[in-house]
Design a protein around this ligand. Structure first.
Ligand SMILES: *Cc1c(COP(=O)(O)O)cnc(C)c1O
Length: 219
């Protein structure tokens, strides 16, 4: 049952918060619902989940049409030719990984009179296949992004490498936190997934993105 899974994840969030002396209300749980049906999303929504993450614009659009009282977050790689549709439906685009993409979002958001909230996806590990802005390009990006009036940079996002022991993900979360402290201490951090969200919370995650633990049960 999705309801039980959500409770289990919430317990995990609470225990990580207890350990880190944090208020559980300061951690936002986003259910990553890529490849899940609208019925599953409804069930999670009834269990109290208010924000859902998708990684493909087309799939998100069809789910958006169901008009559920929920927020949609983009968490996957976004192509510039999909931005026009993306700005219509997403409350937060978590996966902005280039200035070119930010400029296109700014342009399309201006077209519909919207200030699009975004997170910058940062590459905190050396894995070749992964998207994300290299940390050394962050200051330059932020300087240029300040000129873009129709985007609002809210913080940073990262995906840690898949590891067997969640403790091994800790250094990547730490890198993101240190970057944030350097560029803007007010920034929020989106980090942590099914396998490592408790460690991410200990390291300061404001948003955790959880898929399998919610829709498939404890792994
Ligand atoms: C799929 C996905 C998640 C959720 O992963 P789980 O391991 O299922 O919790 C989180 N973030 C991103 C960017 C994803 O693509």
């Amino acid at each position: 049952m999705i309801r039980d899974n959500v409770l289990e994840v919430r317990r995990g969030i609470e225990s990580a918060c207890f350990k880190a002396k944090r208020d559980p209300d300061t951690v936002k749980l986003v259910a990553v619902s890529k490849n899940r049906s609208i019925e599953e999303i409804k069930e999670a929504s009834l269990a109290g989940i208010t924000a859902f993450g998708e990684n493909r614009v087309q799939e998100a659009l069809s789910k958006y049409e169901a008009k559920l009282p929920i927020q949609w977050h983009m968490v996957g790689h976004l192509q510039t030719n999909k931005v026009k549709e993306a700005v219509k439906i997403f409350d937060l685009i978590q996966s902005v990984d280039s200035l070119r993409l930010a400029q296109e979002i700014d342009k399309q958001a201006a077209g519909i009179n919207k200030i699009q909230e975004i997170l910058l996806e940062v590459k905190t590990s050396a894995e070749k296949t992964k998207f994300g802005l290299p940390p050394d390009e962050l200051p330059g990006f932020l300087k240029a992004a300040r000129e873009l009036k129709n985007i609002s940079v809210q913080g940073l996002m990262t995906i840690a490498p898949l590891v067997d022991d969640p403790q091994e993900a800790r250094p990547y979360f730490r890198i993101l936190k240190e970057l944030k402290n350097r560029v803007d201490p007010e920034f929020i951090l989106s980090m942590g997934m099914t396998g490592d969200f408790q460690v991410a919370i200990e390291e300061g995650a404001d948003i955790v993105r959880v898929g399998r633990a919610i829709f498939e049960g404890k792994i």
